[in-house]
Ligand binder design. Structure first.
Ligand code: 3NM
Length: 209
């Protein structure tokens, strides 16, 4: 049976924005801080390197009862029985991913335009990423910020959960909360924080997580 993705703060790895620490040590801090949803994302490692990190992180997320999503690599996700897969607009089509991965895995997809959000929901995505809301330096080839208008559109028109993402910091979190998306993602605000525990605590308080 498909496990339900919790609401609240959604964290993603970013080893090149982690103060020189590797994904595993950052993930341990995130889990100790009370993160309940974690996506493994790494655009620079080989498949084997990613698999080895994911293997360790999978075990940790099971120990901490954390919902674990793997970006892009369906094969790694299936072999480690992650709870979810996250796709970009240039990855495998949603229907194909569903066919390969089966009905019990959560599939999320990044969207940047109303049409993409509507199609994702129509094609059976379990959640959508909505962004980048603000300017972000974390993602290569990122599209221009879509702003709060796009978040507003998705909240009003898309029934599946929405994960607001892109340039979200403690300083602008309350602005996001006004739209009440099910999930909020901050990448570098967490991974590059000097005190991950405190940053996660403040973020969770701000969004009532
Ligand atoms: N996806 P930060 S924005 C990975 O809009 C990613 O789909 C985005 O990083 C999207 O919180 C983004 O550090 C990077 O700005 C967000």
């Amino acid at each position: 049976m498909k496990k339900q993705m919790p609401k609240g703060l959604y964290a993603i790895t970013a080893e090149n924005f982690s103060n020189g620490e590797d994904n595993i040590s950052v993930v341990k801090k995130m889990l100790d801080a009370g993160i309940k949803i974690l996506q493994y994302r790494d655009k620079y490692k080989t498949k084997l390197e990613k698999f080895k990190q994911c293997e360790v992180i999978r075990r940790l997320t099971l120990d901490y009862n954390v919902f674990f999503i793997i970006n892009d690599d369906i094969d790694i996700a299936l072999s480690l029985q992650s709870d979810g897969i996250h796709l970009g607009q240039d990855d495998l089509p949603l229907a194909k991913a569903r066919e390969i991965a089966g009905p019990d895995i959560t599939i999320g997809i990044s969207t940047h335009l109303p049409n993409q959000a509507l199609l994702a929901a129509e094609h059976g995505a379990d959640y959508i990423g909505v962004g980048p809301i603000y300017k972000t330096f974390t993602k290569d080839n990122v599209v221009d910020p879509v702003g709060l208008e796009y978040l507003d559109f998705c909240v009003k028109n898309i029934k599946i959960p929405k994960v607001a993402i892109g340039g979200i910091k403690l300083s602008n979190l309350l602005e996001i909360c006004r739209y009440n998306p099910e999930n909020v993602c901050m990448i570098t605000e967490i991974t590059a924080s000097e005190n991950i525990g405190l940053t996660v605590k403040k973020a969770k308080e701000a969004i009532n997580d």
